[in-house]
Write a new protein. Structure first.
Length: 275
């Protein structure tokens, strides 16, 4: 199993921020990445539907004999994390807890903001995790259109700036000093988010912290790939059109994501009709 790949799953290209962090910290590991671009964005969808789509993709990754699952999607983590850990025998790492842990350590005034999709914010997943951190007050704000901008490759511009100012105004009023980017798409917008929030606010991305959890889990389960196993080979799959995914993958991850294969999950298609 040590030579088996790590399976990473997200609703679209956002999880490439996690994939990049994993490759930076574990350059010898092999990845299989699935972006469920046929159903992106997950955020506006009912939690039950997100859960069904996510488990369908995770089932596929387990069938490919991955040695670990990384749910690089906050909406999916909120919808199916407990199910995934009971359903699969391989270790499962997600993105919510690592970000909460980092934000709780970073805040100076105890006021933490969380931005995410509608599904993530309404699920209360972050609020539940922060409940174990004494003295921390959490303000959550849904920023649903951010994902659409990133999926189109738009990370700057006057329209995006105006949208960010409107979304983030409640967090400015709450005087948060730490802001959790509660969607793996959002680190690709750190420029505009940082501009609006100002230098006094610490932005917390779960990508690096999640990669650290991946490292710890692989070590704990004795699953680290051997240094003499040969050059790693990665696989990138998209349930929608692979061409735009490949274009954005090259921009956000690099040449590793140049080749993207189309993945058809018939059960997922039937679930969408049923949902």
């Amino acid at each position: 199993m040590t030579d088996a790949p790590i399976g990473i799953f997200d609703s679209g290209v956002g999880g490439l921020t996690v994939a990049r962090a994993v490759l930076d910290q574990l350059p010898n590991e092999q990845l299989v990445y699935v972006g469920d671009t046929a159903h992106v964005p997950y955020g506006p969808r009912p939690i039950a539907q997100v859960r069904r789509f996510a488990l369908e993709v995770l089932d596929h990754l387990v069938e490919q004999d991955v040695k670990m699952l990384v749910i690089a999607c906050n909406s999916a983590s909120a919808a199916c994390l407990r199910d995934a850990r009971e359903r699969y025998s391989v270790p499962v790492v997600e993105v919510v807890l690592p970000a909460v842990r980092r934000a709780a350590a970073a805040t100076r005034n105890g006021r933490v903001g969380v931005i995410g999709t509608k599904a993530t914010i309404t699920s209360g997943a972050y609020q539940d995790m922060f409940a174990a951190a004494p003295g921390v007050t959490v303000t959550g704000v849904a920023c649903p259109e951010f994902v659409s901008f990133v999926e189109r490759g738009v990370t700057s511009g006057r329209q995006l700036l105006g949208l960010a100012q409107a979304y983030l105004e409640p967090l400015q009023r709450a005087e948060v000093d730490t802001l959790v980017l509660g969607c793996t798409h959002y680190p690709l917008l750190t420029g505009v988010i940082g501009l609006v929030m100002g230098d006094g606010v610490t932005l917390v991305s779960s990508a690096d912290e999640t990669a650290k959890d991946v490292y710890r889990a692989l070590t704990r389960h004795d699953l680290l790939r051997s240094d003499d196993a040969g050059p790693p080979r990665h696989q990138f799959l998209a349930t929608g059109d692979p061409e735009p995914f490949a274009r954005l993958g090259r921009r956000f991850l690099g040449p590793e994501a140049s080749v993207v294969t189309s993945l058809t999950l018939p059960a997922a298609a039937s679930l969408e009709v049923a949902g």
